[in-house]
Design a protein around this ligand. Sequence first.
Ligand SMILES: Cc1ncc(COP(=O)(O)O)c(C=O)c1O
Length: 434
Amino acid sequence: MPKSQVEPALAGSVTEKYHRSEVNLVNRWTALGNWFEDRNSAGLDPYQKYSRGPIQPITRGAYRDGRPFEGVNFASQDYLSLSTHPKIVEAAISAAKEYGVHSAGSAALMGNTQLSIDLECQLSEYLNYQYVTLFTTGWGAGYGVVKTLLREGDHVVIDNLAHACLQEAAVDAKAHIYKFPHLSVPAVERRLKRIRQHDKTNGILVITESLFSMDSDTPDLINLQLLCREYNAVLLVDCAHDLGAIGTDGKGVLGEQKIWGKIDVLMGSFSKTFSSVGGFVACNNAGLRFGLRAACGPSTFTNAMGPIQAAVILASLSIVRSDEGKHRRRLLHENTLLLRQKLIGSGFTVIGRPSPIVPMIVGSTPLARLATKFVIEYGGIVNLVEHPAVARNRDRWRLQVMADHKAEHIERMVDIAVRARDSALDCLDDTANF
Ligand SMILES: Cc1ncc(COP(=O)(O)O)c(C=O)c1O
């Protein structure tokens, strides 16, 4: 690669390339588009890849310009490998035959089907909440519940790594925002105390996740819930990544911490373990449930979940709760332990706790971009998370493990990662010596 092509593609970040100073709103994006084209020409744009077959441990895919690749797949969030499971595929086909393919309306009117109502009932029994409200995405569930709960003047105490759907809703709700250092319970307590010293009338929402999606770590939910009770605050937990995937019974971090059914408001996503799209909010207040149906943008003013999605999630839930689910979680857990152990053994830094997310620090942005180019070329499919989405020099591959991975896939991934890192280091030396 000539230096003139590589250098611009190795430097810069998304935020720098968006030109706020441009008066024309559309033209503000021009530099960003050009930069991604430069990256693509240099083979350094791993974003917007797509699959060209089923999501499996070996998957065929393509870059956004259509160039194909194939490899061991650690870039898909199908933790229990349900997306190709015969029972799930059959559930989708039967639902289409029985209900057609469209919800044809908002859940506030007549968009729900018998299948989505069954799903809400089964989830509320499983999760141990009186009410579960479905959304068409987990993003909408998170954004919608935060925006519905808060009014101007209220307070949000939010983990600084909480998902974008939660952060954006807090800003849009015009509440007072207090970010706290990742996972710090003492920092939450200090903020709650300070807020209640001067404001006894407005509401406080404390927001965290049960398993953080970039760092694979977990807060102390019991103490957060106790603090919320003490200061008359409400705790909202996002369990998108662990529900169904962690623990012998699949009850995730809530099960591990013995706080199942006891968090004030719980939200989750079906896009990881439940082989579909969609999300939910669980609560015990009939009025809030009504608000989520009748006065919540991403639920009220949009079409309801379609029958195929509801059928797929119902079938996934039934597997999650079965002995087969237990078996798949055991395989998943063994795979995550093996991947972590092999990566660490090869000199990589792996952060967080064992979970289907294995965050592997690659390093600086140039190194990470080059290593990602090589890893895919050598047959390892990964997702790159760059600064500023993560801290500087902590650019990482967010490897995602599936129950169907075998030891040989994991070993192959680690071998490829080692070769890719070495090639990237050589390449960086070469570009420095041009
Ligand atoms: C923690 C967390 N919450 C919410 C979401 C949004 O979920 P969905 O993909 O179902 O929209 C995601 C997915 O990116 C997530 O990681």
